[in-house]
Design a binder for this molecule. Structure first.
Ligand code: ATP
Length: 228
């Protein structure tokens, strides 16, 4: 689904040492991965590569079998509909109610919101926001925002879900609730990758799902230690 082969990426000028290097990884259908590592190690950058927002400066990245380097811009846009992203800072349009924010990817992809009303309602109920559909983003708690961000990432029924610190600003109980949603999605066959600092969350997940834990450090990707 997502395959990296000796990928490197750097934000700096050509010739500068890259931030990430020698990345080789396959996210197989239905797999569950955690990505951990110190702040600034490049976890968000790694996820951006995985959803085609950045192109490798070296190596090969294939999304659903197609080489990103050779993909035209509209090809990348199509592939990105198959990957749901929960961003670290989950931005919303504050003047639109939650339900319209979640429906935005439908509108952008040319679908009629009314045709999807049933799906939208089901999705909001599934993430536990049925009663908050008409609230405005500034009225949401941290946990509600994260669940709204997850719902928005799911509205186009992606095969892959990439979540960047989805439990960053919530308490342990809400972290568990979000984790359960992500594990349930994996149980439905979706491929999941979560970038997180939260080692407790990883340990809790490993008791419930077969997850591979990777660590980014010093620019390279390694299997995490046996304690995880
Ligand atoms: N658009 C950009 N231009 C230049 N440098 C960037 C850009 N985005 C990120 N960086 C730098 O790349 C490095 C890795 O950033 P990244 O956000 O990927 O790390 P991270 O592991 O996700 O960090 P955190 O855990 O703090 O969120 C940092 O030094 C950051 O300043």
């Amino acid at each position: 689904m997502i395959e990296l082969e000796n990928v490197a990426y750097g934000y700096g000028a050509k010739g500068d040492a890259p931030l990430l290097r020698d990345l080789s990884l396959t996210l197989a259908p239905g797999s569950f991965h955690f990505l951990t590592g110190p702040s600034g190690a490049g976890k968000t950058t790694f996820l951006k590569l995985c959803y085609g927002a950045l192109k490798p400066t070296q190596g090969q990245l294939r999304l659903f079998g197609d080489d990103v380097a050779a993909m035209p811009r509209d090809g990348i846009a199509l592939v990105r509909r198959r990957i749901g992203v929960v961003h670290q800072d989950c931005k919303f349009l504050d003047h639109l109610p939650v339900i319209d924010n979640i429906a935005l990817p439908l509108t952008v992809s040319g679908q009629v919101m009314e045709d999807q009303q049933g799906n939208l309602d089901d999705l909001l109920t599934w993430v536990g926001l049925g009663a908050r559909a008409h609230a405005f983003p500034p009225e949401l708690s941290g946990g509600e925002r994260q669940r709204a961000a997850l719902a928005r990432a799911l509205i186009l029924s992606p095969e892959v879900i990439l979540a960047d610190e989805p439990t960053g600003n919530v308490d342990w109980e809400m972290s568990q609730r979000l984790l359960h949603l992500l594990i349930a999605l994996n149980g439905m066959g979706k491929t999941v990758m979560i970038a997180t600092h939260d080692l407790m969350l990883i340990r809790a997940a490993k008791a419930q799902v077969q997850a591979r834990v990777l660590r980014l450090s010093g620019g390279v990707l390694q299997a995490a230690g046996a304690d995880l």
